[in-house]
Design a protein around this ligand. Structure first.
Ligand code: AMP
Length: 283
């Protein structure tokens, strides 16, 4: 695996590969890699000549400085995992490289429509503008044929689909399934901040999503939403930020099951101070 710390060096190397007909698959991450991330690398390997992973903890997408500070950064272990996974190129840029000349103070503004202000966007103002800024910059460096994203961050996928379309890029987005712990909890870099008891309790998030998927036809969306929130909050350390049913295309909350062909249940839950996201396609 070749490690680049400088964006220009990575970009020169990848341009040369592209000119020589190599297709590039790209997996952007914030590191603290787990099996979920590695499944994206594995998928990219089957569909491209060259797999590029980036690790960059993007300050622009953290609205809480303490959260940014606490974000795990086990870089040596990540490099080891990427080598084992057969990743070809790791881009490990500095903040200065991604946001040169006080770029963090002068972020681009992207038209993300309602996606910016809804659910995750409402709870974390500026978050998706930060995500759009970093991914647009990373795409300029890597210019991949395919970009691999986890369904785990469903709203982020919608934001990045919109970004790619609006910026006229030819990169194709591949959405990969959510990898889970044995108890159903979605894998996340943040899980390592939970005690074993909290990890066990947090499986209620998956169980309530499963309950919604199996029983939605027996309830109205509003009743089911209230039931699921109650289930999750039966654990004293869990507090639901949102639990919503959305149309998978427009990503707008629905009022009735007939409002959309495909519906996803999306939720964000604070468990012992750690923000956990999950979702499940229910219709
Ligand atoms: P992150 O490092 O959290 O920014 O995630 C990097 C990429 O990995 C994103 O596209 C995530 O959606 C994806 N990802 C995170 N957790 C999982 C998971 N449990 N299963 C599959 N993909 C995931």
């Amino acid at each position: 695996m070749i490690l680049f710390r400088k964006a220009t060096a990575a970009s020169d190397f990848l341009n040369d590969k592209r000119i020589h007909g190599k297709s590039i698959g790209f997996v952007p991450t914030m590191g603290a890699l787990h099996a979920g991330h590695l499944s994206l690398i594995a998928r990219a390997k089957t569909e491209n000549n060259l797999v590029v992973c980036s690790i960059f903890v993007n300050p622009a997408q953290f609205n809480d400085p303490a959260d940014l500070e606490r974000y795990p950064r086990p870089v040596e272990k990540d490099i080891e995992l990427l080598i084992q996974s057969g990743c070809d190129v790791l881009l490990l840029p500095s903040t200065e490289d991604i946001y040169p000349e006080e770029g963090l103070l002068h972020l681009n503004r992207y038209d993300l429509g309602h996606l910016e202000h809804l659910l995750e966007g409402r709870s974390r103002p500026g978050h998706f503008q930060g995500v759009a800024n970093v991914v647009d910059r990373l795409l300029s460096i890597v210019n991949p044929a395919n970009m691999y994203l986890g369904q785990k961050d469903f709203q982020q996928v919608k934001v990045l689909e919109r970004l790619v379309t609006h910026t006229g890029r030819s990169t194709h987005i591949v959405i990969c399934p959510i990898l889970r712990e044995a108890n159903g909890l979605a894998m996340s870099s943040r899980n390592i901040r939970l005690t074993s008891l909290s990890l066990e309790n947090a499986s209620i998030i998956f169980k309530s999503l499963q309950f919604a998927a199996e029983n939605f036809q027996y309830y109205t969306p509003a009743t089911l939403q209230a039931l699921c929130i109650k289930q999750i909050q039966s654990f004293p350390e869990a507090s639901v930020d949102y639990f919503e049913f959305c149309d998978t295309d427009a990503f707008l909350p629905i009022n009735g099951w007939g409002d959309a062909i495909h519906i996803v249940a999306v939720t964000a839950v604070m468990v012992a101070g750690v923000r956990l996201l999950d979702n499940m396609l229910i219709k």
